[in-house]
Design a protein around this ligand. Structure first.
Ligand SMILES: [Ca+2]
Length: 276
């Protein structure tokens, strides 16, 4: 069942600022709002993704009950805010996993961008202090059966120094961009209050996105659907990596440290590919 909700007072303000010709209470599908689609009761639960890394992050319980999109169609951004265990930092983030809903307007091969930010200011707000670390551009969706995860390897891995939060964002460049599509799967079990959404009146998202970059920017909970995006990530704490062959890292400048961290990441990747 497709359902479109209109936002209350915040949207009223948005509508006024956009000088739209219709009242928000009578807004058509082109208003700045979200659209949703309830998963059918017969859909099976998603299996856990296969992770080959010591550390894995998830907010969801493995099942989505709702899928969300922009009522405008076009692009929007949805992201999960993770807070790594301080004992895992610094670390390399290796892979992002996303579950796409079935029957929600997304096809295999449709393109998304994945963006990884660090937000070290400790205020739990992705709108302040987010710094883009790495992006995966124009990545094709691998599965749309609602149970199989799509895996997005991070080129060169992403070095996370912490402290604070890591934001994992998805932008639908061609995936689920028609009006009525809802490419963002939402687990409505127990909300962690860490899943955010951004929608612009232009139905586009800047590349790379600047947070906050949108007309609507809020947790999905605040927009009437409490829950967690099915966006996960995995990686390796530096403490889990054998760095004995690497020169001492103390006292190095930022550029040298970046080069050495890249070398460590490449060595670990080779070992993992060889199954060592
Ligand atoms: Ca912040």
């Amino acid at each position: 069942m497709n359902k479109k909700i209109l936002l209350s007072s915040p949207l009223m303000a948005i509508c006024l600022s956009l000088s739209l010709n219709w009242g928000c209470t009578n807004a058509a599908a082109s208003s700045v709002s979200i659209t949703s689609q309830e998963k059918t009761a017969l859909s099976p639960s998603a299996a856990a993704p296969v992770i080959d890394a010591p550390t894995a992050w998830a907010l969801d319980d493995g099942t989505y009950e709702q899928s969300i999109g922009s009522a405008l169609g076009g692009e929007f951004i949805w992201l999960n805010r993770f807070t790594p265990d301080p004992n895992d930092l610094p670390m390399f983030l290796e892979q992002v996993q996303v579950l796409f809903p079935s029957g929600a307007g997304v096809d295999v091969g449709d393109l998304v961008d994945i963006h990884i930010y660090e937000d070290t200011d400790g205020d739990a707000d992705p709108a302040t202090g987010a710094r883009l670390v790495q992006s995966i551009m124009s990545a094709p969706v691998q599965a749309v059966d609602g149970v199989t995860w799509s895996y997005f390897d991070i080129p060169g891995w992403a070095f996370l120094g912490g402290p604070g939060d890591v934001l994992i964002a998805v932008v639908n460049r061609t995936a689920g961009t028609n009006i009525g599509d809802s490419p963002a799967a939402l687990d409505q079990g127990v909300s962690q209050g860490r899943s955010w959404i951004g929608i612009n009146a232009s139905a586009t998202i800047a590349n790379p996105p600047v947070l906050p970059s949108s007309t609507i920017w809020n947790t999905i909970d605040a927009l009437g659907y409490s829950g967690n995006w099915l966006i996960r990530a995995s990686g390796s704490p530096l403490s889990s990596i054998d760095t004995s062959s690497v020169p001492a890292m103390t006292g190095l400048g930022g550029a040298a440290l970046t080069i050495i961290m890249g070398a460590i990441g490449a060595a670990v990747r080779r070992k993992r590919l060889k199954g060592e």
